[in-house]
Ligand binder design. Structure first.
Ligand SMILES: Cc1cc2nc3c(=O)[nH]c(=O)nc-3n(C[C@H](O)[C@H](O)[C@H](O)COP(=O)(O)O)c2cc1C
Length: 454
């Protein structure tokens, strides 16, 4: 297999010591894009450049960033920009690294995006558990205020852009954009009925642009080097690069920035080192735990792009690959996935509240070997009844992967009806574990200690 390499745009200077300080960021060319956006470009030109770049949202849905910004009404009113830094999806840890190591890249992106959308009040909604990253952002925001990049007169332009870092209280649902808005307003984080969409009626009832950390971190590069340059990376429908979090049964879990459209095998087997002990890839989640799984045979040779993953019946989502090798019990995997979404369901709508609960109950019965064939059909039909019927897509986020597991690995579920399934961690039996060769055991130990970051 050809050697895989990263293509670094957002990660270009990521290993530079003290990159989180404004001094280092500026020394490496940072905040030149914001100068250009405020001194050489009208807001409409900034918006057009973003739209022309084809940048798609990196938070899950992959919607065009420029189009979304253009939906905000023009005119003199308070408009808001919320950066979604909730990152609670199992398998996703890219925003954490982007904020921790290069907070000014994000802040510069926010200031420029605010100009494009005409927003004057901005927030970074960061998950409560990201304490370190929250502190780093607080300091970086203070530095940006001191440098005149934020405040009532950005770079002497007369334009106002305020930015507040707000810590969430640790609920996955608050990553859903309208629940995020409720939480920011001081309410319980529950999704709102849409329409109206946030671009029209969002935070405090005002027009609001909501974008993910990685999406906004792309913005300075597009403004500095232009939409055409940006489109020279990636595919026609998925321009640019993607920071991909790779985890699970791989030897080198971590964040890798690659051109969109790279062969998925190069990401998993090349950059992430392949599976421990060169085991077969049984399946993988291409876009975090909410994406339908693809088997190794189906997915490894596909280009890693929004369109290829959608055509294969899954999604690129937040760009977080979780690899499961041949030892994985799919029934246990389905149960673990369902438990997460059941726990995180806000309970506001019935299909999600009841559907996640019943799915967990039926899968628990299967694992114990107490389920009947009717239970298996019910598990499958509950998933189809959830999809498209909830207030937000949290319910779908369980139903799509669990449904894909039942569809692709049905014989394993049928087997479980008779015999049950041992625990997910007891893969291959205790005897085999004890006899495992030294190198493999060391690899696995290294893998566990690195899990979740580089
Ligand atoms: C349950 C749920 C959780 C979500 N969590 C996140 C999250 O942690 N971060 C994120 O950027 N988007 C998350 N999203 C997607 C957001 O609703 C929204 O689409 C995204 O922030 C838009 O930004 P983008 O267009 O830049 O991707 C979540 C969606 C749902 C339904």
């Amino acid at each position: 297999m050809a050697a895989a390499a990263e293509t670094r745009m957002l990660f270009r200077n990521i290993d530079e010591p003290r990159l989180a300080s404004i001094r280092t960021y500026k020394r490496l060319g940072g905040y030149r894009a914001v100068q250009k956006a405020f001194k050489e470009m009208a807001p409409e030109q900034v918006l057009k450049e973003l739209d022309d770049s084809g940048l798609r949202g990196r938070g899950g849905a992959g919607f065009s960033m420029g189009k979304k910004a253009s939906f905000l009404p023009r005119g003199d009113m308070d408009k808001y920009l919320c950066c979604n830094a909730d990152e609670s999806e199992p398998g996703a840890f890219k925003d954490r690294e982007l904020m921790q190591k290069n907070p000014h890249q994000l802040i510069e992106g926010i200031i420029i995006a605010a100009r494009a959308a005409g927003a004057n009040r901005c927030f970074i909604f960061i998950r409560g558990e990201y304490d370190l990253q929250g502190d780093i952002l607080d300091k970086a925001v203070e530095e940006a205020y001191d440098a005149g990049l934020l405040g009532s007169d950005v770079l002497g332009s007369g334009e106002q852009v305020e930015l507040v870092v707000h810590r969430g209280a640790g609920a996955y649902i608050c990553g859903e954009e309208t629940a995020l808005l409720d939480s920011l307003e001081g309410k319980r984080g529950n999704p709102r009925l849409k329409p109206p969409f946030p671009a029209v009626q969002g935070l405090y009832g005002g027009p609001t642009l909501i974008n993910n950390v990685e999406t906004l971190s792309n913005v300075p590069h597009i403004i500095s080097s232009g939409a055409e340059w940006f489109k020279s990376f990636g595919t026609e429908e998925s321009p640019g690069t993607k920071v991909v979090s790779v985890s699970g049964d791989v030897r080198r879990p971590g964040n890798y920035e690659v051109e969109l459209g790279i062969q998925t095998r190069k990401l998993i087997n090349g950059l992430a080192g392949g599976t421990v002990g060169r085991r077969k890839v049984k399946c993988f989640f291409p876009g975090g735990s909410s994406s339908p799984v693809l088997t190794g045979e189906e997915g490894l040779d596909l280009p890693y792009s929004f369109e290829a993953m959608a055509e294969a019946g899954s999604m690129l989502g937040s760009g977080s690959i979780i690899v499961c090798d041949e030892r994985t019990s799919i029934v246990q995997l389905a149960l673990r996935t369902a438990r997460f979404y059941h726990h995180e369901s806000c309970g506001k709508c019935t299909p999600c509240r009841e559907g996640t609960n019943w799915t967990v109950k039926m899968l628990e019965r299967m694992v114990r070997g107490e389920a009947t064939p009717i239970d298996l059909d019910t598990v499958a039909s509950v998933q189809t009844n959830i999809i498209g019927h909830c207030l937000c897509v949290l319910g779908d986020s369980m139903a799509a992967p669990v449904g894909s597991m039942v569809e692709k690995f049905r014989p394993e579920f049928e087997q479980a009806l008779e015999r049950g399934v041992p625990s997910l961690n007891d893969r291959g039996g205790a005897g085999r574990g004890a006899q495992r060769k030294g190198r493999e055991a060391r690899e696995e130990a290294g893998h566990l200690s690195m899990a979740g970051g580089r």
